[in-house]
Design a protein. Structure first.
Length: 273
């Protein structure tokens, strides 16, 4: 039996400490969060509020007309519950002014995700803050996210939590039931759901990912645990095909290996001598 149980108090404390430490490292007090009204961004908002204080949290909800109406209403409720500032920006005019005619929904959805992050990064500049993203481990591993869209952030506090673990932590920190019980959806088009688009439930996906990635099981070993071989192969293919999203853009190396481009990856660049 595959178990993804985690120590909930430890997880909460580790993530809130992480957010605070990253804020201090980059010397920016305000966390700016794209709050969709889904469980991931809501959990990140709760943890950031615990970490930085409600006065230092700016949430941004960006509906596409009526498509994001439910998410907007839930974001308003969450913001009032936490006592944080919320900005609402409808992106429909921006998106529609770019697409003069109908295009396929995936292309349009990706564009919407990138527009949202462009707005959030601009707001972070306005308030002198940093962007806190809400991609989880499940999404990051299978590439169920938009490259330079919802993946774009200064930090990803729940990036090492599987989706099913996100639910447990969210329940533990007091996220309300109207968020916990929502069907996961990026609201990129009418009727879109995460599990429907991926063709697998998060419960199955997370267990297969755990065995593939954390435990380093081979496909036949996972099948022996009771999982369908075609689903296991599909998940492994998703991981491989989305690898490009989890790496920095490749750079052809021209300079000396000890200087030049390597400087870009030196974390404590202020003290670089």
């Amino acid at each position: 039996m595959v178990s993804l149980k985690i120590n909930l108090p430890f997880t909460r404390d580790l993530i809130t400490s992480f957010i605070k430490e990253e804020s201090e490292k980059i010397e920016l007090k305000k966390g700016v969060i794209p709050l969709s009204g889904g469980i991931d961004s809501t959990l990140v908002t709760y943890l950031t509020t615990i970490s930085l204080g409600k006065e230092n949290v700016v949430a941004v909800n960006m509906p596409y007309g009526k498509l994001g109406e439910r998410g907007m209403e839930d974001s308003i409720k969450i913001s009032k519950e936490l006592g944080i500032n919320l900005e609402i920006i409808d992106i429909q005019k921006i998106v529609d002014s770019y697409f003069e005619k109908e295009v396929d929904k995936l292309r349009k959805g990706n564009f919407m995700a990138r527009v949202r992050m462009a707005i959030v990064f601009d707001i972070s500049k306005k308030v002198n803050g940093f962007v806190i993203g809400s991609s989880n481990k499940s999404e990051l591993l299978v590439g169920y996210s938009t490259w330079y869209g919802d993946m774009a952030a200064s930090i990803l506090p729940i990036g090492d939590l599987y989706k099913t673990q996100v639910r447990e932590v969210a329940k533990f920190v007091g996220v309300p039931n109207f968020i916990l019980e929502k069907i996961p959806s990026a609201e990129l088009w009418e009727g879109q759901t995460d599990e429907g688009e991926m063709g697998i439930t998060y419960d199955e996906l997370d267990k297969i990912l755990y065995l593939l990635v954390d435990k380093r099981y081979k496909i036949d070993e996972i099948v022996k645990e009771g999982f369908d071989i075609e689903k296991v192969k599909k998940v492994k293919k998703m991981i491989i095909n989305s690898h490009f999203k989890r790496r920095l853009p490749p750079i052809p190396k021209l300079s000396d290996r000890t200087i030049g481009i390597d400087f870009l990856y030196f974390r404590d660049y202020k003290n670089y001598d």
